[in-house]
Each structure stands twice: as C-alpha cells, then as structure tokens.
Design a protein. Structure first.
Length: 328
C-alpha cells in the first residue's frame, strides 16, 4: 500500500535530505571545476595557483568575496529558469539561521566595474534577499565567455540538483536564438548528451502557452519522456483536453509509461474510422422481395433490386435517369 504525503511534507523531507549532503555535493562539483581552471573544454592545468582563500579545500585557488546583492547580477544564460517559491522560503530560513554555508560561483561582470555575474547560486541569492541579507559570498572564477557561462551553470546544477527538462528547453532555445550554438547537435556535443534528448526537450516549447504555464508550476513532474508524450498528444486533442491531461499528470503523479498509454489511446480513437450503421428497407413487387433500399446518416443512399422483366427494368432505369437528370 502506498502512502501519499502532502506537498509541504514531501518538500520538507527533500530539503532535509538535501541539507545533509549539500557541502559534499558542492565540493564535488567544485572539484570538477578546480581541475579545469580555464574552462571545461581545456585540459586540466597542474601548475599550482595562487591561493587567495583557504575557506574550503574546494575553493582553494580562487578569490572569495562578500558582494552586495545589488552588485550581484543573474546569469543571463543560467541553466535554471524556473524557481520554486517554497524552496526559496525553506532556504531563506536556513540561511537566516546558519548563514550561507557554500559560496556561489561567479565571474567579474564584463561591463560594470566591481559587479559580478552569477554562474549559479540563484536560489541562494533569492533566499538571501528573502532573509533580509545585504550580501552573499561568491567564488570568483575566470570568465571564459558566454557559452562557458552556460555550460558551467549546467554542470553545477547537474552535480547538485538538476534543472527540469522545461528549464533546459528554455535555456537551449535562448542559446539557439542568440547564435551561441548553430543547431541541436551542437547542444548535444556541448553537454555530452544525446541529440534525441535535445530534440525531445526542445519539442516542449511547441506546446500551447497555457500548458507550459501550468507545467512551470510543477516542472519536476514532467521528465523528458513524459513531456514528449504530451507534445505527441497535443497534435490530436484540443487545448482544453491537453490542459486536463497536464493537470492529471500533476494530480496523479503519472509515469511516462502511463502518459504514453493515454496518448496511444487518444491516437487510436482519432484514427479509427467510426462505423456507420445503415437503415434498410425491403423492396417488394407483387408481394415478392426483390431487393433493398439503404440510407446512412452521412447522406449515402443505395438501391439494389432484381427485375427479371426487361420492361420493368428499363422503366425503372428511365425513371432514375429522369430523376437525377442523367444524360447519355
């Protein structure tokens, strides 16, 4: 027997577990970046770096600063686009009690002296503001350009708490629109994922705006395969029915397999030709059954009779020709 917890209980349990391992997971992600100080595309550099701070072993070799929130700008190519307000509240309470345990990653702002661009840490910035703090701790890295700004954001999120496919769809569309990648294949190559995953993810943006807005409320409910099944279903049903399906996925926590079964049923119903039932009338001549007259709701009418007498047959044919203005 399965027990369903309410949303707040489930969120609280998730955050509790998250807090237990947050330092470890941040350090693991940071360690990856430490081995690639010039960007993920380059080979690791073994030359010792100058140490600005020894606050944590993972942060060695990079400058840690306490920056004003107003001087800390969001990453324009952040991998995460959707933020859960409940998570912000929980994290704000934690920061207000314990302080900011892990610095956020940032680079110097390319056009504003003394300001910074976050690579990640947007949840922490929102939580710090909600907690009434004026500053946040940043690990300042060397900037490697726009595309690297996105890739580092994506990597850090993947190491800790991955963004949803809907986040990815919005972010990848931005990369394409800005010309930072030429096509879907380049996104797959950049991130080391399959081209099929990129294609299915971007297909989410073909859904109606109302459906996307509803999905933004609970993005974790819509994995790549569930989302793709929705895009297929959307081609066969009206928007209102699609919204009903989105709500059903959220309310009943449907798996991608269950959504696939619903979509297959929708497609089967839309492609199956409805069988028409005819109304039949017996045709008699002198008390003998000589044929039938059939009609359908579609408008089709069929007359089939057998007339042995040539004169009777000729008379009927002539009458039908006259009735329907049939010329030789």
């Amino acid at each position: 027997m399965s027990v369903k917890f309410d949303r707040k209980s489930a969120m609280r349990a998730t955050l509790t577990q998250e807090k237990k391992s947050v330092d470890e997971r941040f350090a693991r992600a940071d360690a990856v970046l430490t081995s690639h100080p010039s960007g993920l595309a380059s080979s690791p550099i073994t030359t010792p770096e100058r140490t600005f701070s020894a606050e944590s072993s993972a942060a060695q070799g990079r400058l840690i600063v306490s920056a004003k929130l107003e001087c800390t700008h969001e990453n324009p190519l952040n991998a995460r686009c959707i933020y859960d307000p409940d998570v912000v509240k929980e994290l704000a309470a934690s920061i207000a009690t314990r302080g900011q345990m892990v610095p956020a990653s940032a680079v110097a702002h390319p056009s504003i002296q003394g300001h910074y661009l976050l690579i990640d840490g947007h949840y922490r910035k929102k939580a710090a503001a909600a907690a009434g703090l004026q500053t946040m701790d940043l690990v300042v890295r060397q900037s490697e350009g726009e595309i690297e700004l996105y890739r580092l954001s994506w990597l850090l999120n993947e190491e800790r708490s991955a963004q949803s496919p809907l986040d990815n769809a919005f972010a990848w569309r931005k990369l394409l629109d800005k010309g930072l990648v030429q096509n879907e294949g380049k996104i797959a190559e950049l991130l080391g994922i399959s081209a099929a995953t990129v294609n299915k993810t971007l297909a989410l943006l073909n859904l109606p705006t109302a459906a996307l807005d509803k999905m933004r409320e609970r993005p974790a409910k819509f994995g790549v395969f569930t989302g793709y099944e929705l895009t297929l279903a959307a081609k066969k049903i009206e928007e209102s029915a699609l919204l009903d399906l989105v709500n059903k996925i959220i309310a009943e926590d449907l798996s991608s397999r269950e959504v696939s079964a619903i979509r297959a049923k929708i497609e089967s119903g839309s492609t199956r030709k409805r069988k028409e039932t005819s109304r039949q009338y017996k045709v008699q001549n002198n008390g003998q059954h000589i044929g039938s007259l059939k009609e359908w709701d579609s408008g089709k009418v069929a007359l089939e009779v057998i007339l042995i007498n040539p004169k009777d047959r000729a008379a009927l044919v002539a009458e039908l020709k006259a009735r329907f203005c049939i010329m030789k």
